[in-house]
Design a binder for this molecule. Sequence first.
Ligand SMILES: O=C(O)CCC(=O)C(=O)O
Length: 267
Amino acid sequence: MTAGTVVTDAHRTSFARDGSYRLDAFASPEVGQAMLDDVVGLTRAQPRDLDGPLVLPEANLAGSGGRPEEVTSKVFKLHRRTHFARFLASRAVVDVVVNRLGPDIDCFLSQFIFKNPGAWGQPWHQDSYYFPFRPARPVLGLWLAVTAATLENGCLHVLPGSHHEPVHEHIDDRRPGANLGYVEIVDHDMSGAVPVLMNPGDLLVFDSHLMHRSTDNDSDGIRAAMVFHFAAAGTEDRTAEVLGAPSPVHDWVPVVRAGQSVLDGAD
Ligand SMILES: O=C(O)CCC(=O)C(=O)O
């Protein structure tokens, strides 16, 4: 993994203008492969501890008879586990998150996305729709390609500049095969969208107001990714107040204090 400062002025400019930037070959493909191996084990073990990782089935593949990992959509709450915490502890990740969020940072959300063949994409949304926080921003997302992400297998598409928008109305995704929690923005012109084609180990750094979606996986192979979200320490998670119950997928973990990783495995 890249050592030292990875965020350049060009990245800052891109983030300010577009709401995202990419860091190609950020991690070695083995980093994502170790994460994939770990979550495959989790899907087979079917964990029942509500405080630990949470496995979400792929609605569109229900009843298709595949192995557990072939019918899983996402696994949440992974950032306390070794391979994931080690990634977050790396100097390169610390540089990226400190650059946007300052010296004291929590990771509150982690999700491994399998995107198996036949899985449906996630419609246009802004992640902040899911995050009723005080302050509401900044919130930063990191999307790590575990496999290649292509037009055929359902890569991300982003709308550059849309992070300047407020959080739009999101309506329920009404497709019969849509996953739990999928919602959609329908009141905005997405014609300027661009696909984000990735190789394993490439990273997208993005603002939580950036409008993005992914398309269906029409290929024969998995399109896997690992996504983390971060906010400044002390951010108030108001999910319980707003929705009546705490989020089952949020897990606030201190990851950086005074600009340094506080996780095991820091390099
Ligand atoms: O990777 C995907 O298919 C969708 C990911 C996404 O939209 C998100 O993490 O907010």
